[in-house]
Design a binder for this molecule. Structure first.
Ligand code: ADP
Ligand code: MG
Length: 197
């Protein structure tokens, strides 16, 4: 067992705390190559998730993650809401028991990535959250949560040199190079929170 229902709640609470603490950084990154709302979007989204989970009776890890995803989809207007929302919903769908193994969680993280890619159509290297989530899910499977957090952070940093091909930042063309992607940066927070749980 690597995660039970309480630990799933702890993971989401840790994401909410990190998003709140780093909201200004996320907004600053999004101001450089987007519209400057990424921090506010996620802060509002995870505040709503915290409220939605409070008093919510979850029997499985998936219940917690599905509720998280559905709330993000309904409360966050930007591109990141539906993308993260479908990732959490896909993870929730994959985790149907009260506690899950590392292998099951690894498969769920891959399912989350697949949901982001299906909805957004981004390829690796397009300078999106995919560039952090993909190496993180792979590292989780091979080496666990700490390695996943490190891989996500490196993936996010490495988006700096990339030109955006999806989302608002793609409108900037070559001028998007030299700035770290906000969504990849928030994905690194999600995996940091997982490692801390
Ligand atoms: P918006 O772009 O609508 O203002 P946010 O600012 O909340 O939404 O989120 C921007 C982030 O969403 C980007 O930094 C990028 O990582 C991610 N993103 C945008 N479009 C896509 C896409 N098609 N596929 C994957 N991620 C995307
Ligand atoms: Mg934005």
């Amino acid at each position: 067992m690597i995660m039970n229902v309480d630990q799933a709640r702890d993971w989401i609470a840790a994401i909410a705390a990190k998003v709140e603490a780093d909201a200004e950084t996320l907004t600053r990154l999004d101001s450089a190559i987007g519209d400057g709302d990424h921090g506010a979007n996620l802060k509002r989204g995870f505040a709503a998730v915290t409220l939605a989970l409070d008093g919510f009776e979850a029997e499985t890890v998936g219940d917690v993650l599905t509720k998280t995803g559905a709330t993000l989809i309904s409360k966050v207007g930007g591109a990141s809401g539906p993308l993260y929302g479908s990732a959490f919903r896909a993870m929730g769908k994959a985790l149907t028991s009260a506690d899950v193994t590392r292998e099951q969680l690894g498969d769920a993280l891959e399912a989350g990535l697949a949901a982001i890619r299906k909805l957004g159509g981004a390829q690796p290297g397009d300078k999106t959250m995919v560039d952090a989530w993909l190496p993180a899910a792979a590292a989780f499977k091979s080496s666990g949560a700490l390695a996943a957090a490190a891989a996500a952070a490196k993936g996010a940093e490495d988006t700096t040199g990339l030109q955006a091909r999806k989302g608002r930042a793609s409108y900037l063309g070559e001028r998007s190079v030299g700035h770290q992607d906000p969504g990849a940066t928030s994905t690194a927070l999600i995996f940091q929170a997982l490692a801390g749980t």
